[in-house]
Design a protein around this ligand. Structure first.
Ligand code: GLA
Length: 700
């Protein structure tokens, strides 16, 4: 029993407790590890007097607004049309609580606006969203509306975020919790190459598999701000929001605006614990054709195999070579439409180039299907080249058509997705292509940042077009690509089924990138391809088996021309395709557990709790003579049969160095107790620079 009126929501691993204050309003009491019910004093009894402060101290509000004694960040800022700031004073409150949801309504009856904050269980995590309604007779301009305002655990010590650029996505940044404030903003009109708008907060002693951690990702593909502010009361406060262009959100009487959802994970099982909740939440919003994920088919993407230099005959050959090695989906990338000889022209003219594809794309698509593969097509609907028929016909359809300067990037401009006529046109073109040709997959690209900006309405316009295409062609899967990994987020995840992680498919560059991807996104959504050697992005060369081993962690594909390989390499790549087909059931849809060993060893296990595939990799050489066994904490509690499936890298160097007992594990699984694997560790095969080993673990 408690003497305070508490509104509680409990996940398997976390609890959220809000107090309804007797004088009105809602105050945060707990957001953190799961609690058992207990006696809790009322918030007012915990607030001692402090010098030079309000005589009536204020408990931490759930929906704070400026004024009325709150000196921290405001959850909402509203204006009248004459630019007068609405001086909010929330005085009317109501709450609805169910097992799965706490919904709070705070209203200002004088100004006639109300705010809803909704906390819902989403899979194993917590989804937070806010909404504002104009209940008055005059318009309201929304300057800002935080999707959530959350207290962070006072024991937080570190903050993890990611930054990046084209072909160098997801650089992990670890910082101490700020003394004053911290902010991660994106202002490119798209998600950006630092990955989802998100961060992880790690508490004292938190590591990969233990310790209290919290993470939050905003389900939005436009401009975003995630801010953390230190509060005088010894905690940090997190706000997350979509950034709006001033004045763009105007609520007429009776209108409502909903901010994008913030997906929050809280776990005492460290960074892997919060990643698992984020995966569960993202999985819950992905809409698969027919409701369930099929085994993720092996791709061949034509881009790095031939760039813009192709025609029907060339692509038929490439498709045949792909089918020969076991590819299941052939994706025709850029260069197939009118005027597209290079990246200077053609975007906007979504009609097959008559010279390259005289009878359209159907003959190629049918050839691909006859080979037993699906046919996918690259498009970049939101973009336009000034050198295109579409631009010549509709120069006013681009962002910046109001006479402001329109800098090109990759020689292209951005279409104004706020305009219904632009969206209708794009819908007709895409619908026409999908209806005329057996296309079951779109790679939906977006290759530049927005300048000038289109604001959040631009993002909503894109979502609207995606939703229409999905509704009209529900069997078509979509890949979100934006100059590689520039649009990977949980907002667009509602419409797509794969993310292109990066144009950099150098295996060594991919190791940290792919690990970072899984902080918020499940591995089955991660496009991971075997590219040519040397890598087109870095110029580095890596062994074919290393490239394949690293790609097999995600949704596997090939991004080279198999006919350029020698027969032995073709056999090798076909064997890796078989490997992937054999193990994707385990690698996808389950848990992902990351860890680190000494001397540069990185490992990750993907599986269902009783069976795992374990990848162990090393990029740089070690200075140790031999590696010590590698502790695997996730294995504790049961016995395991362990088999060495693959060793990848410079195989002639590796083979000579394995211990006999390790080589024996290639042929017959060996049983280890869980406590042995967790505490003493898994004996390792030889791991030289640029090598990997893949094990299979099955609970006995
Ligand atoms: C972007 C994508 C690539 C490819 C090209 C085509 O860079 O990330 O995979 O599709 O565009 O122009």
């Amino acid at each position: 029993m408690s003497d305070a009126e508490l509104l509680e929501l409990h996940g398997d691993e976390w609890s959220q407790v809000i107090e309804r204050l007797p004088q009105g309003g809602f105050a945060w009491r707990h957001l953190g590890a799961r609690l058992e019910p207990g006696v809790l004093p009322a918030a007012r009894d915990l607030l001692g007097a402090t010098t030079f402060s309000l005589n009536e101290p204020l408990a931490l509000p759930v929906f704070p607004v400026a004024g009325s004694g709150w000196f921290g960040p405001s959850a909402a800022e509203l204006l009248r049309e004459d630019t007068r700031r609405i001086d909010l004073e929330l005085r009317s409150f109501s709450a609805t609580v169910t097992d799965d949801r706490v919904e709070l309504v705070c209203s200002d009856e004088r100004e006639q606006v109300s705010f809803v904050t909704r906390f819902s269980k989403l899979a194993t995590g917590l989804a937070v969203e806010t909404e504002v309604t104009n209940e008055g007779d005059d318009p309201v301009i929304l300057s800002s509306l935080a999707s959530a305002f959350l207290p962070l655990p006072p024991s937080a010590t570190h903050l993890v975020s990611w930054r990046g650029r084209h072909a160098a996505e997801f650089e992990e940044c670890v910082e101490a919790m700020p003394a004053h404030g911290w902010q991660r903003e994106t202002r490119e009109g798209m998600t950006g190459h630092g990955g989802p708008p998100a961060c992880q907060v790690l508490c004292s002693g938190c590591g990969w598999y233990s310790g209290l951690a919290l993470s939050a990702q905003l389900a939005w593909s436009g401009d975003t701000r995630i801010a953390i502010e230190r509060h005088d009361e010894g905690a940090w406060l997190l706000t997350a929001e979509a950034i709006h262009v001033p004045g763009e959100i105007r609520l007429a009487p009776g209108e409502r605006h909903r901010a994008p959802q913030l997906m929050v994970a809280i776990s005492r099982s460290g960074r892997n614990g919060i990643a698992a909740q984020q995966h569960a939440m993202v999985r819950s919003v992905v809409e698969w054709p027919n409701g369930t994920m099929r085994p993720r088919p092996v791709h061949l993407n034509s881009w790095e195999a031939c760039y813009f230099a192709h025609d029907q005959a060339r692509m038929k050959e490439l498709a045949s070579a792909a089918a020969d090695i076991g590819v299941e989906r052939f994706v025709l990338d850029d260069g197939w439409f009118d005027g597209r000889e290079g990246d200077c022209a053609g975007l906007g003219d979504w009609t097959p180039d008559q010279r390259k594809y005289p009878a359209g794309l159907a003959p190629l698509a049918e050839h691909v299907q006859a080979l037993g593969m699906e046919f996918g097509l690259w498009v970049e609907p939101e973009m336009i080249n000034p050198d295109s028929d579409l631009f010549r016909a509709h120069p006013d359809w681009v962002l910046g058509a109001n006479g402001r300067s329109k800098p090109t990037a990759r020689n292209q401009l951005v279409l104004d997705m706020r305009r219904p006529d632009v969206r209708d046109h794009l819908y007709e073109k895409l619908d026409g292509l999908l209806s005329a040709t057996p296309i079951s997959y779109l790679k939906w690209d977006h290759n530049r940042a927005h300048a000038p900006a289109g604001g959040s309405a631009q993002t909503r316009g894109t979502y609207d077009l995606l939703a229409r295409i999905r509704a009209a062609h529900p069997h078509v899967e979509i890949e979100s690509c934006a100059a590689g990994g520039g649009r990977i987020d949980a907002g667009i995840a509602r419409f797509v089924h794969r993310f292109w992680t990066s144009d950099n498919i150098d295996a060594l560059a991919r190791i940290p990138m792919q690990r970072a991807f899984t902080a918020f996104m499940p591995p089955e959504l991660m496009g991971a391809h075997v590219g040519a050697s040397p890598s087109h992005a870095t110029g580095r060369s890596q062994a074919l088996d290393l490239r394949a081993a690293i790609a097999s962690q995600g949704h596997f594909g090939i991004e080279l021309d198999p006919s350029q390989l020698d027969p032995a390499e073709r056999r090798e790549i076909a064997a890796w395709i078989d490997f992937y087909k054999n193990w994707r059931r385990l690698a996808h849809g389950g848990e992902t557990v990351l860890g680190e060993g000494p001397n540069g060893i990185l490992w990750q296990a993907q599986g269902d709790g009783s069976e795992y595939i374990l990848w162990i990799s090393r990029a740089q050489m070690s200075h140790e003579r031999r590696d010590a066994p590698l502790p695997l904490p996730f294995a504790a509690g049961r016995d395991w049969r362990v088999k060495l499936l693959e060793q990848a890298g410079r195989s002639h160097v590796l083979a000579a160095r394995n211990a006999k007992a390790i080589d024996a594990m290639k042929h017959a699984a060996r049983t280890f107790s869980g406590s042995w694997l967790a505490a003493a560790g898994l004996p390792l095969p030889a791991l030289t620079a640029e090598s990997a080993a893949i094990f299979h673990l099955e609970a006995v």
